[in-house]
Design a protein around this ligand. Structure first.
Ligand code: SAH
Length: 240
């Protein structure tokens, strides 16, 4: 069934119009009309069955019928990602949402050449990726903030998997084997890598675990998605 991410509050009996692009998608592209059913979610209220109560050429009015799934608590690893160019950043956001990331923190570092980043566009990409995967929570895109500030504000007890391209850190899977249960964040640097000062600050940060992703230097997007995959498979929700 078609799943739509909407902004409106969801409760039985509510009725609201879809946005113009979603109305067009539903009526023109998918050829749905009055009486047809769709699933809707907003990232807060779980998943609901809805019926198209009115359909025009481009608009559609939805009536919310009943809840299908309750909202699950947030889960999965956090991704702390240095800003990279627009295309790899957008790919990383979409794929990280598919892989089950909890939220994404964008950071600036000494070597990011941080030009303009459209966080609203990244949030829309995250919403579309969530729509497609069936997940009900939409990972928040936070920042960009300086790496230093994000390190200082880390939740207590969180493990920071610091992907360090310098080559002398233990392999990621070996490092994961020794972790005690608790929240996990994965840190990926910019295309220019981390500066020596950042590397030593990161190695001294509480709960930080430097890891290697193998003998080749990966692009930041490849590194982020590989690390996320391994964490999900070894200690995340791919085990169930
Ligand atoms: N310009 C840097 C490479 C940066 S790659 C250099 O040549 O050294 C971008 C980011 O991806 C890195 O900061 C790191 O977080 C991650 N990364 C890439 N390859 C990695 C590897 N083999 N092991 C661990 N992290 C890696």
């Amino acid at each position: 069934m078609i799943r739509l991410h909407v902004a409106d509050d969801l409760a039985a009996g509510r009725e609201f119009p879809l946005s113009a692009p979603q109305g067009r998608y539903l009526t023109q592209v998918m050829r749905r009309g009055r009486g047809d059913e769709v699933l809707v979610f907003n990232g807060r209220d779980g998943e609901w069955l809805a019926r198209i109560s009115e359909a025009g050429k481009r608009e559609a009015l939805l009536a919310i019928v009943r809840q299908i799934r309750a909202q699950p608590p947030p889960s999965g690893p956090t991704l702390v990602m240095a800003l990279v160019k627009r295309t790899p950043l957008e790919t990383t956001v979409a794929k990280a949402v598919e892989l089950g990331v909890r939220e994404i923190f964008l950071v600036t570092t000494e070597r990011t050449n941080a030009d303009h980043v459209r966080v609203d566009r990244l949030a829309a990409i995250a919403g579309e990726a969530a729509e497609q995967t069936g997940r009900l929570d939409i990972p928040e895109i936070r920042g960009p903030d300086p790496l230093q500030r994000v390190l200082q504000a880390r939740p207590e007890g969180e493990t920071l998997i610091f992907c360090d391209e310098a080559g002398d850190a233990p392999p990621l899977l070996a490092a994961l084997g020794g972790l005690s249960p608790g929240p996990v964040a994965i840190l990926i640097g910019p295309e220019g890598g981390f500066s020596p000062a950042e590397r030593s600050a990161l190695r001294g940060s509480p709960g930080s675990v430097p890891v290697s992703l193998g003998p080749r230097i990966l692009r930041a997007d490849t590194a982020a998605l590989s690390a996320l995959t391994l964490v999900q498979a070894a200690i995340g929700d791919w085990r169930f």
